[in-house]
Design a protein around this ligand. Structure first.
Ligand code: FES
Ligand code: FES
Length: 163
């Protein structure tokens, strides 16, 4: 039976119509709400390409039911910054050459933002551990780690506190 519910995505209440209750948040974001920035690959919680924030927690959108997220605050890659504006993490990825094919990039950007919210000045080991749920087949991870470390250093230099 088709269902109707609403989701709060990137600060906006969105109506989801003609949905099935078993649909994942990944499917609904992409196929029903047209938010194509969140990528789907494994759809088994293994690759991290579908990472979004739900009530501030990083989750694999392929693993959670969309209808169950009603009333929660969902942030996808489209909502991480105003349209046309790059976050410091996104700019650092570009500057470090950490974007190649780009398929993994939205999920990694979400993961990096989540990491830097929790650990202000992560070590390289912490960055590697925190991003280990995000698979990138292109970069070899060195440039990704460099990008995240650069953001942390810059934020601290601009007045952030060491975590
Ligand atoms: S598509 Fe969700 S973790 Fe791979
Ligand atoms: S840049 Fe291609 S998979 Fe990461």
């Amino acid at each position: 039976m088709a269902e109707f519910y609403s989701l709060r995505v990137n600060g906006v209440d969105r109506e989801v119509v003609d949905a099935q209750l078993g649909e994942s948040l990944l499917f609904v974001l992409r196929e029903r709400l047209g938010l194509l920035g969140t990528k789907g690959a494994c759809e088994q919680g293994e690759c991290g390409s579908c990472s979004v924030l739900v009530d501030g927690e990083l989750v694999c959108a392929c693993l959670v039911l969309a209808a169950a997220q009603s009333g929660r605050d969902i942030v996808s890659i489209e909502g991480i910054a105003p349209a046309g504006v790059s976050t410091d993490v996104q700019q650092a990825f570009v500057d470090a050459g950490a974007v190649q094919c780009g398929f993994c990039t939205p999920g990694l950007v979400m993961a990096a933002h989540s990491l830097l919210e929790r650990i202000v000045d992560p070590t390289d080991t912490e960055i590697r551990e925190e991003l280990s749920g995000n698979i990138c087949r292109c970069t070899g991870y060195g440039r990704l780690v460099e990008a995240v470390a650069n953001v942390a250093k810059t934020r601290i230099a601009l007045g952030g506190n060491r975590g």
